[in-house]
Design a protein around this ligand. Structure first.
Ligand SMILES: C[S@@+](CC[C@H](N)C(=O)[O-])C[C@H]1O[C@@H](n2cnc3c(N)ncnc32)[C@H](O)[C@@H]1O
Length: 378
């Protein structure tokens, strides 16, 4: 059990989500969360009228400590939304003043304090800062935080450019705070979604800020698209970890009578996948579903003919293979008997070992210097 003590001296038990993930040594909060909360208390920044806007809180370390105030927590991650809800439940906490919002919702205008956990993705940082500046004016206290080693001079320039005057704190336990005034007069419009043409097709792929391979086709996805299984009419196909949906889009273009479900844990990814089918294959939209989920945790067993997957290998800053494990285990559970998981991975990740454990074996469909495409049947 991982406990956390903070501003009002209330001990909280915080877990990473999903609870079953194998690397239990990873903590559900970091020194940047602690620093931001203790700074709020030391500087006496909260009063009865405070309206707090929290960004990118992974598992509730910030928001669970701010339940006495009107607080909105914004995250693009469905896993983070679940983590916050689960940790509320685990701690038997009621949260009538807490709103959990996704990254595509408008921001609440009545905000007095922004607590901003700096995300790994510079694109998401840019998008969120532009939106903050567009929505909030005047007397807003803005405090960002991250591990000191993740705050580069280029990061501070982004804050200067999109918000205004930026200063930093001393490092405490290897974390640092960033303070901004929203005083930059220049308005910036968002460069997102980015749009690129998909080679050898008439398709254009649109990508919200937090979407994988935002600028161009991923090399792995390109190789995977050359080695997708041949689909039959009416087959039920899942594009697992769909990102912008390029894999499912390609599958649907080759078999217009397939039913495709696009699944990702990023709200922006699911929004992009939907836009990409609507714009590129509008006649196919009625055969498609778009679902935010943690792998296939909400899917029924024995329901899919094919799962297509280009798995991730990190969760925010943490490099871990628990998502790949969960994706492959979920795929096995959700596939019908005889159904196929077709996946791609970097050669050095040795997914065939996991597939052997879960499916009892697998077949190599293709490989090159970097990638291998594998097929496993239930
Ligand atoms: C390597 S990218 C592949 C994206 C896209 N399929 C492609 O090939 O370009 C992996 C995707 O998995 C998603 N992902 C990460 N963790 C997830 C989870 N727990 N459940 C569902 N999707 C997840 C990421 O958001 C990302 O879009």
């Amino acid at each position: 059990m991982q406990s956390h003590f903070i501003i009002n001296d209330t001990p909280l038990s915080l877990y990473r989500y999903p609870i079953s993930q194998s690397n239990r040594s990873l903590q559900a909060w970091d020194a940047a969360d602690e620093y931001m909360l203790s700074y709020l208390e030391e500087q006496n920044l909260l009063n009865d009228d405070s309206n707090i806007l929290v960004f990118n809180d992974s598992f509730g370390a910030l928001s669970l400590n701010l339940l006495d105030w009107s607080t909105t927590v914004v995250s693009d991650s469905w896993v983070a939304h679940q983590g916050i809800s689960e940790n509320l439940t685990q701690n038997s906490l009621d949260a009538p003043k807490l709103t959990i919002a996704d990254s595509l919702n408008p921001l609440p205008k009545a905000t007095s304090i922004v607590l901003y956990k700096i995300p790994k993705s510079k694109a998401l940082l840019t998008e969120q800062l532009i939106k903050i500046k567009e929505t909030l004016q005047g007397n807003v206290t803005f405090i960002a935080a991250a591990r000191a080693k993740d705050i580069h001079s280029s990061t501070l320039k982004v804050f200067e450019k999109y918000l205004g005057t930026t200063t930093t704190s001393l490092a405490v336990k290897k974390a640092r705070l960033v303070f901004c005034q929203l005083d930059n007069q220049q308005q910036h419009s968002s460069p997102f979604p980015t749009i690129w043409p998909l080679e050898n097709t008439n398709f254009h792929i649109s990508n919200h800020a937090n979407v994988f391979s935002r600028e161009k086709l991923d090399l792995g996805a390109r190789f995977f698209m050359e080695h997708l299984p041949k689909l039959h009419e009416d087959q039920t196909v899942i594009d697992l970890g769909c990102g912008n949906g390029v894999i499912g889009l390609t599958a649907l273009s080759r078999q217009p009578k397939a039913n495709i479900t696009f699944v990702d844990e990023s709200f922006m990814a699911i929004a992009s996948a939907k836009e990409n089918i609507e714009k590129n294959l509008p006649n196919g939209i009625s055969q498609c579903q778009f679902t935010v989920n943690d792998c296939l945790s909400s899917f029924e067993a024995n329901t899919a003919d094919i799962v297509l997957c280009n798995p991730p290998f990190h969760q925010e800053q943490a490099t871990t293979d628990h998502i790949a494990w969960q994706m492959l285990n979920d795929a096995h559970r959700v596939l019908k008997k005889g159904g196929e998981l077709r996946m791609i991975g970097n050669r050095n990740l040795a997914y065939h070992i996991k597939l052997k454990r879960i499916f009892g074996g697998c077949k190599t469909i293709a490989s090159n210097k970097k990638f291998v495409v594998l097929s496993a049947r239930k």
